[in-house]
Design a protein around this ligand. Structure first.
Ligand SMILES: Nc1ncnc2c1ncn2[C@@H]1O[C@H](COP(=O)(O)OP(=O)(O)OP(=O)(O)O)[C@@H](O)[C@H]1O
Ligand SMILES: [Mg+2]
Length: 490
C-alpha cells in the first residue's frame, strides 16, 4: 500500500536513512527536523502516517502529537524515542498514538508498528463504508474480531454488538440490545465520566469527529487493565445518529513495551556502571589497605585507632556496593540446565523463612507437583526469587504473609510465578522506578535487588511485572517459558 509518511526527527542523518528505507518499502516519504517544520509539512501533505521522535528541539512531542490528532484525527502517529520512559508510553497511547518504538530502531519493531498503522487505516476505511452503507454491518463488525465492537445510538442504547464482545461478557445478544452502553460495560446507571473513565461518545457526538481514550479497570486480582477505546460517529443526512465503539485490551502491549524499555534503560546504565565501578574499585582497595596498615602500627588506645576502623568498615561497605554493581553490569551469561520449578520454589521458601520469622512474617508456597521444569541457571533464578521474597518480607509488618504461587500460564507454554505480600504497597508513581538501579527507600538498601532480578528474568527469556495497592500489598508476576517437552503436552 502506498501511504504518505512524515518522518520527524531532529537527527538529519536518521531522517535520511529512515526515509530511504521507507521509500524502499513503497512509502512516499517527507521529512522534518523540528516541530515547526513538522506542522507546516503536516498541513501541506496530510500524511496518513507520522513517525515522530518525542525529543524535538522546539516543541514537546506530546503537544505535537495532540496538535496533529486535533487537526486530522485519522492520522496514525508512531512515536520514536531513545528515552526509556513508561509514563510517556502510556501518555502517548492515551493521546491515540498507534505505537511506540525505541531507538535504536530495529527492522522488526518498525515493521510491526507500520503494519499496525496499516491495519488501523483499513479498519477506519471499512468503518467509513459502514457508516455510509448499513448493509455492510455484519461483515464489518465481525471482521474486526480482534477488537470488541458496539454500535451505539445517540441515546446511548446499544444497537449492535459483535461476537467477540458477547463472548467476553458471557451474555446473549438479546440481553444487550436496547440497553444503555454504560449499564453493560461499566455496571452503572449514568454515562462514564471523570479522569479514569472519560466518555468518548460524548466527545464524538459534540465534535462529530472520531475520538479515542483509555480506561483503566481493575480485574478480579486487582490487576490494572488498560483499555483503548475508539469512537467513530455515524451520520444520516449530516446528523450524528450514534457511534461505533471499538475497545481493545492493551495491557499486554503496554507491559511488553515496559519490559523492552526497561531492558534498554538497564543496558545503558549497565555500561556506564561497569566503567565507573571498575575505576572506583582500585582506589577503594588502596584506602582500605592503607587504613588497616596504619591501624596495625598504632596503639588500640589511640583515639585514631577507632576512627581508622570506621574508615575501613565504610570502605568495605562501598566495596560491597561496587561488587553488586559489577555483578549487575557484568550480567553473567546464565548456564542453563533443566530443573524442576517446584523444587526451586520449595528451596527458596525454606531459605527465606528464617529471615521472615525474625519479623513474625510467614512465607508460604502453593505450587502443583507436576508443574514441570524450566531451562534455568538455578543459582541465578534462586537469587531473583530470594530478592523478591526479601523485598516482600521487608515491606510487611509483623503477622503478615508472603506467598509464592506457581502455575502453568493460560497458553500452557509458560510458567507463571507470583510473589505476593500483604505489606505496605508501592505508590503508583514509584512503580516505574523500582526496577531502576539504586532506587531504594531503605536505609541500608543498595537498590540493585530488582534491577538484578529483572536482568536475570530477561536472560531467561521471561518477563516480570508488578502491581500494587497502597496499604494492601504488592504482587510481582514472572512469566518463564516451560521446558519444551512439557509445553508440548508430552
Ligand atoms: N514488595 C515490595 N513492597 C513494597 N516496596 C517494594 C517491594 N519490592 C520493592 N519495593 C520498593 O522498591 C525499592 C527497590 O527494591 P530493590 O530490591 O531493587 O532494592 P532494595 O530492596 O531497596 O535494596 P536491596 O535489594 O539491596 O536490599 C525498595 O527500596 C522498595 O521501596
Ligand atoms: Mg531488595
Amino acid at each position: 500500500m502506498e501511504y504518505t509518511i512524515l518522518v520527524v526527527d531532529d537527527d538529519e542523518d536518521l531522517c535520511k536513512i529512515l526515509g530511504k528505507r521507507l521509500e524502499l518499502m513503497g512509502y512516499i516519504v517527507h521529512t522534518a527536523t523540528c516541530g515547526r517544520d513538522a506542522i507546516t509539512v503536516f498541513r501541506d501533505i496530510k500524511p496518513r502516517i507520522v513517525l515522530m521522535d518525542f525529543m524535538l528541539p522546539d516543541i514537546n512531542g506530546l503537544d505535537l502529537l495532540k496538535q496533529m490528532k486535533r487537526e486530522i484525527p485519522d492520522t496514525e502517529v508512531i512515536i520514536i524515542t531513545g528515552q526509556a520512559d513508561m509514563e510517556l508510553a502510556i501518555k502517548s497511547f492515551q493521546c491515540d498514538a498507534t505505537d511506540f518504538v525505541t531507538k535504536p530502531l530495529c527492522r522488526g519493531n518498525l515493521e510491526h508498528a507500520l503494519a499496525r498503522a496499516a491495519q488501523k487505516i483499513l479498519v477506519r476505511r471499512r468503518l467509513q463504508e459502514y457508516a455510509e452503507n448499513k448493509s455492510m454491518r455484519e461483515m464489518v463488525i465481525n471482521e474486526l474480531v480482534n477488537d470488541d465492537v458496539l454500535v451505539i445510538g445517540a441515546d446511548y442504547r446499544i444497537m449492535d454488538i459483535n461476537v467477540s464482545m458477547l463472548n467476553k461478557l458471557g451474555v446473549t445478544r438479546e440481553a444487550v440490545i436496547g440497553r444503555f452502553c454504560y449499564e453493560i460495560t461499566h455496571h452503572q446507571n449514568i454515562p462514564c465520566s471523570g479522569e479514569d473513565h472519560p466518555c468518548p461518545l460524548i466527545q464524538s457526538f459534540s465534535t462529530k469527529k472520531p475520538c479515542q481514550t483509555t480506561h483503566v479497570h481493575l480485574d478480579k486480582g486487582k490487576r490494572e487493565i488498560y483499555y483503548s477505546i475508539s469512537c467513530y460517529p455515524t451520520f444520516e443526512n449530516g446528523q450524528v445518529t450514534g457511534a461505533i465503539e471499538l475497545s481493545r485490551d492493551i495491557t499486554n502491549e503496554l507491559n511488553n513495551q515496559k519490559s523492552l524499555l526497561q531492558q534498554s534503560k538497564l543496558a545503558s546504565i549497565g555500561l556506564l556502571a561497569a566503567g565507573v565501578a571498575h575505576e572506583i574499585n582500585n582506589p577503594l582497595t588502596t584506602i582500605l589497605t592503607t587504613a588497616l596498615l596504619i591501624q596495625e602500627d598504632i596503639d588500640p588506645e589511640n583515639p585514631m585507632y577507632k576512627e581508622l576502623g570506621i574508615i575501613a568498615s565504610e570502605t568495605l561497605r562501598c566495596r560491597k556496593i561496587v561488587t553488586a554493581l559489577l555483578d549487575f553490569a557484568r550480567k553473567n551469561e546464565p548456564i542453563k540446565k533443566e530443573h524442576n520449578l517446584k523444587e526451586l520454589i520449595d528451596e527458596v521458601v525454606l531459605l527465606t523463612r528464617k529471615q521472615a520469622a525474625f519479623k513474625d512474617v510467614s512465607v508460604e508456597s502453593e505450587c502443583a507437583d507436576d508443574i514441570g521444569s524450566i531451562q534455568m541457571d538455578k543459582g541465578q533464578l534462586q537469587q531473583a526469587l530470594i530478592n523478591l521474597i526479601l523485598n516482600g518480607i521487608d515491606s510487611t509488618d509483623s503477622g503478615g504473609k508472603v506467598m509464592v504461587c506457581a502455575r502453568i500460564g493460560p497458553d500452557s507454554k509458560d510458567a507463571e510465578i507470583e510473589i505476593r505480600d500483604t505489606g505496605k504497597g508501592i505508590p503508583r508513581e514509584d512503580l516505574d522506578k523500582i526496577f531502576d538501579p539504586f532506587y531504594s527507600n531503605k536505609k541500608n538498601g543498595t537498590g540493585l535487588g530488582l534491577a538484578i532480578t529483572s536482568g536475570i528474568i530477561t536472560q531467561h527469556d521471561g518477563i516480570i511485572n508488578v502491581s500494587s495497592q497502597l496499604g494492601q500489598g504488592s504482587k510481582f508476576t514472572i512469566r518463564l517459558p516451560l521446558h519444551q517437552d512439557i509445553s508440548n503436552g508430552f
